[in-house]
Design a protein around this ligand. Structure first.
Ligand code: UDP
Length: 458
């Protein structure tokens, strides 16, 4: 065993410290391990220390510094700019030190898979002569838009009403990522996200958390400019293929997810009766929007499970959570187990890319209420391209009012349109699962990636 272990290419998977970035890289790491690759997952020291690793044994995890080892990413950085500048400054040396530690302990790294949000990692990979593979955690469609902005082929600010780009359907301006149609709202992030496209073409592999059948045209277009391979959906294999039903490690979180309470509550509800509501790990809604959602959910008379993270709790109507007859409010939940539960009828979502892929892969219809970044583009595809959901209507101030929320829930849970959406969702679920069959598109891409690692000189 010892000898076999030593011969495996050691692959370092470098994850950006945010839930939506860590989750797909953890699942991708597990795929590599299933195929015989030795993997070390690397993230920041703060994240490493705070991850809930109980029942999580399959991957070794190591830390590097982002300059905020005690306070975590955004907890102590005054703003994104401070955080990212510091990380850029100290991250490369810390990663190099870790690589040297692996080499001196007889387990040198042969490959570095890094999140595109840390483009500096490619320079470290090149310095140590590693295979460098960039990992895109957003959809191919969104990456396609950013590629065009970076190349100067889509000029901002945008003056047209609709945009036509190769590999994409016609998009209204507000269907583009918010960093593109409104770059001044988050100038640092908008710049970062476009800048990462400077080095992508120099990576040996460009891995994207999507699947070919879902984004065929965008994949075909980007494959002409980068060595692109879709390897998703990066969710636990127990949901996708029969060969790995024992893969019950769902994800790594820094939040407590109260699995038992949540699954017991769902277990007491009829099939397809529950609206699951979550806006992910970062989005924060304003007071008025929180109240409209609260009353919209209540007025819909559906059972609902609503994830309200701590910072948003005070925005709920007084005693809301305590007086509910048909709802449960929690701070965090095991989302994949919830989406896979028979009791869940639809997902009221902010359309984060992981949430979108998870709902598609588990065949759950969506009600879309995008907030920012790539979510606006994802919601366009959910509603008009894959036809697996409906966007909730906003008023002239951008607020989804309770009446609109109630109507949309009824439409998706009970209406004719809901039936059509459910049928499409079932179709996409089957296609998503086929990607990891023997010879399936993502399975084949991962096999190609792994086979070149096994034959690489290191
Ligand atoms: N998630 C979870 N429990 C929750 C809410 C979210 O496990 O209560 C997970 C979800 O399954 C997904 C990730 O957190 O994998 C959120 O990523 P996404 O890209 O959807 O949104 P972001 O948090 O990046 O905005």
């Amino acid at each position: 065993m010892e000898g076999v272990e030593a011969n495996k290419t050691h692959c370092i998977v470098l994850a950006y410290p945010a839930q939506g970035h860590l989750n797909p890289m953890v699942q991708f790491s597990k795929r590599l391990i299933q195929k015989g690759v030795r993997v070390t997952l690397v993230t920041t020291h703060f994240y490493c220390k705070n991850l809930r690793k109980e029942n999580y044994n399959s991957i070794s995890i190591e830390g590097i510094t982002d300059g905020f080892d005690e306070g975590g990413a955004m907890q102590s950085a005054e703003d994104w700019e401070t955080y990212l500048n510091k990380f850029w400054q100290v991250g490369p040396a810390s990663l190099a030190e870790l690589l040297e530690k692996f080499a001196s302990s007889g387990s040198p790294a042969g490959c570095l898979v890094y999140d595109s949000f840390m483009p500096w990692a490619l320079d470290v990979a090149k310095k140590y002569e590693l295979v460098g593979a960039v990992f895109l955690t957003q959809s191919c469609a969104v990456n396609n838009v950013y590629y065009h902005v970076h190349e100067g082929l889509l000029k901002t600010p945008i003056s047209e009403h609709t945009i036509s780009l190769p590999g994409l359907p016609e998009l209204a301006v507000k269907d583009l990522p918010s960093f593109v149609y409104s770059p001044d709202s988050y100038p640092v992030l908008s710049k970062l996200i476009v800048d990462i496209f400077s080095s992508i073409g120099k990576a040996d592999w460009v891995l994207c958390n999507t699947f070919y059948e879902l984004e065929e045209e965008a994949v075909k277009f980007l494959s002409k400019v980068w060595p692109l391979r879709p390897i998703g959906p990066a969710i636990p294999s127990m949901y996708l293929d029969q060969r790995h039903q024992d893969d019950t490690e769902y994800g790594l979180s820094i939040l407590n997810q109260n699995t038992e309470v949540c699954l017991k509550w769902l277990g007491e509800r009829p099939k397809r009766s529950v609206v699951y509501v979550s806006f992910g790990s970062l989005a924060s809604l304003n007071d008025e929007q929180m109240k409209e959602i609260a009353y919209g959910l209540k007025d819909s008379e559906s059972d609902f499970l609503w994830i309200v993270r701590e910072p948003d709790e005070a925005k709920l109507p007084k005693h809301f959570a305590q007086t509910l007859q048909k709802g449960l409010v929690m701070r965090w939940c095991p989302q994949l187990q919830v989406l896979a539960h028979d009791a869940v009828g639809c997902f009221f979502t902010h359309c984060g890319w992981n949430s979108t892929l998870e709902a598609i892969s588990l065949g759950v219809p969506m009600i879309a209420m995008p907030q920012w970044t790539d979510q606006t583009t994802n919601s366009k595809f959910i509603m008009d391209v894959w036809r697996v959901g409906v966007k909730v209507q906003l008023d002239e101030r951008g607020i989804a009012k309770r009446e609109a929320i109630k109507q949309t829930i009824k439409e998706v849970m009970e209406g004719e349109r809901g039936k059509d959406i459910r049928e499409n969702s079932i179709k996409w679920k089957a296609l998503s699962q086929s990607t990891f069959n023997e010879g399936g598109s993502s399975e084949k891409n991962i096999d190609d990636f792994v086979s070149t690692l096994m034959f690489s000189p290191k």
